[in-house]
Design a protein around this ligand. Structure first.
Ligand SMILES: [Zn+2]
Ligand SMILES: [Zn+2]
Length: 122
């Protein structure tokens, strides 16, 4: 893998962030880098397996593939929250047995109201 300076900077922004970031958010943090450069670096890092990504409401979010996390998204304020605990072993075992799947990974995204928004509602 060829880690150019740009790719390295983009990679650092992603791994230092607790929540997944869009290309735009990365470029906001790296003022001297164009959005196109950020896009290219993200694409490269994704193809090389360093980053994972998912799409939501037409935005693509990138996050480090080295840490396993689940996410929660508030439907009101749009914030993403990381969840470090994973309790999927039993469920995966069940699915493997029941459907004869060979599960390799999973991605979990919960949605609802965050504490702040929930408190405003009641
Ligand atoms: Zn919220
Ligand atoms: Zn998990």
């Amino acid at each position: 893998m060829r880690m150019t300076k740009n790719r390295e900077q983009v990679y650092k922004e992603i791994i230092n962030s607790s929540v997944p970031l869009t290309a735009y958010e990365v470029s906001e943090r790296l003022k001297d880098m164009s959005l196109t450069t950020v896009y290219r670096a993200l694409e490269y890092l994704h193809q090389s397996g360093y980053l994972k990504r998912f799409s939501l409401d037409n935005y693509t979010y990138y996050y480090s593939s080295s840490v396993h996390r689940h996410f929660f998204r508030c439907v009101k304020c749009g914030r993403l929250f990381p969840i470090d605990e994973c309790h999927m072993d039993e469920y995966e075992n069940y699915l493997s047995g029941h459907f004869k799947f060979k599960i390799q990974e999973h991605f979990v995204l919960f949605s609802g109201l965050c504490e702040e928004c929930y408190k405003k509602e009641v």
